[in-house]
Design a binder for this molecule. Structure first.
Ligand SMILES: Cc1ncc(COP(=O)(O)O)c(C=O)c1O
Ligand code: FES
Length: 404
């Protein structure tokens, strides 16, 4: 179906045809308002109820614990504000240096409003140090907010251990699971998680719909205030087709999860191990033991990630830069920087992220075109020696110390 080899599924995913089919009638014949008293609207309300059950099913949660939102970013904003409102006397937040902007930038704003924020560091594999977390926790900590899995490297955090520590100090535990839902089996029944974010477009539902899991009994305060939709937890007439699509996508993820995870990790490993074998001077960025099954982030020394992406694009292959230039800035990725990777790796890193639609033929095509691309770019690069690498590392550390 796709006209390109799409290996950028952590950025967004193709809408599953079954999801689209489920949504279509809610754009046309079933246009009623789910809050209306008449049965025409009631029918739509019932469909939303079913979608809520489908999303709850994927998370091992109760239907009443699911609040539909417009995206992962809204869920993150809502969760953080709700956690702070639940414990107004506490003024400290703990998060990590490698979060998505929808957590980091909220925290930065909260710092301006008088909160203290600890940004936990990560090691060279992008992994947290639980001792650092424990040392940061105090009776003043209102919230611990960490991602489940990193969008750039796929590194998976030890969520229940983090949550266990947060609970010891009475802090609310929020997890941005946008990259984990549908890729890792979840069961929130006996979890330490109070609030969990997910986003539709990362799991073969459309863009513009997300959800927030709110643990039963959590003293929740809404971000959007107005009508009584979502049982007063998120005002605004529902994005009905989006919600129906998210429900169907959740049902399909649950169905496909065991087999898709196995297939994707096999294809990912084929891609990764072969690239490492046939191309000199490259390395995997991330935690090889605790990683999403669909993601590999590889640093190719001495060249720019963007140059690789542009070359791949000419072959109709979509990947993305692990060097954050996606944002349009020329700053290297904050995630890879937090991992302390050297300049030559930081700048030459790219991410391949697979989905259940990825085929072996597509991976083989990538394996065919990558070696000549890398060879050509390296032959043009002024930094293709260890001496240049040493110089670059020195320059970067000077620049970084000048900034901090
Ligand atoms: C880890 C993580 N959190 C949050 C988001 C934001 O989700 P949305 O695009 O639905 O706002 C993303 C999307 O890139 C993500 O990868
Ligand atoms: S790869 Fe973006 S600045 Fe180097």
């Amino acid at each position: 179906m796709s006209t390109c080899i799409y290996l950028d599924n952590n950025a967004t995913t193709q809408v599953d045809p079954g999801v689209l089919e489920a949504m279509l009638p809610y754009f046309s014949e079933y246009y009623g308002n789910p809050s209306s008293m008449h049965s025409f609207g009631g029918k739509v309300g019932k469909a939303i109820k079913q979608a809520r059950a489908q999303v709850a099913g994927l998370l091992g949660a109760d239907d009443t614990e699911i609040v539909f939102t417009s995206c992962g970013s809204e869920s993150n904003n809502t969760a953080i504000r709700a956690a702070l409102a639940a414990q107004p006397d506490r003024r400290h937040i703990i998060t990590t240096q490698v979060e998505h902007a929808a957590v980091l930038n909220v925290c930065k704003q909260l710092e301006k409003q008088g909160y203290t924020v600890t940004y936990l560091s990560v090691d060279a594999q992008g992994q947290l140090d639980l001792m650092e977390l424990e040392a940061a926790l105090t009776g003043n900590t209102a919230l611990v907010s960490t991602m489940y899995a990193n969008n750039e490297t796929g590194t998976v955090f030890p969520i229940e251990q983090i949550g266990g520590l947060a609970k010891e100090y009475g802090a609310v535990f929020h997890v941005d699971a946008v990259q984990a839902v549908g890729k890792i089996p979840l069961n929130l029944k006996n979890s330490t998680i109070d609030l969990l974010t997910l986003s539709g477009h990362k799991l073969h539902a459309p863009k513009g719909v997300g959800a927030l899991y709110v643990r039963r009994g959590f003293h929740f305060r809404p971000l959007l205030i107005g009508g009584h939709q979502e049982r007063g937890r998120r005002a605004g007439t529902e994005n009905v087709p989006g919600i129906i699509g998210l429900g169907k996508a959740a049902e399909l993820e649950l169905l496909h999860l065991p087999e898709a995870t196995k297939r994707e990790s096999q294809l990912r490993d084929l891609l990764e191990t072969t690239l490492l074998e046939i191309i000199p001077n490259c390395q995997v960025n991330g935690d090889p033991k605790h990683r999403l099954p669909n993601t590999t982030n590889i640093g190719f020394k001495y060249i720019e990630g963007e140059a690789i992406l542009l070359s791949l694009d000419q072959y109709g292959i979509c990947a993305s830069s692990g060097s954050a230039c996606t944002s349009g800035s020329l700053e290297p990725s904050h995630v890879l920087r937090a991992m302390g990777l050297p300049y030559v790796i930081l700048h030459g890193s790219i991410r391949f992220s697979l989905s259940r639609y990825t085929t072996e033929a597509e991976i083989n095509q990538v394996l065919t075109v990558m070696p000549p691309i890398i060879e050509r770019l390296r032959s043009l690069s002024p930094f293709n020696s260890d001496a240049a690498e040493w110089l670059q590392d020195r320059q970067t550390s000077n620049q970084l110390s000048a900034i901090s």
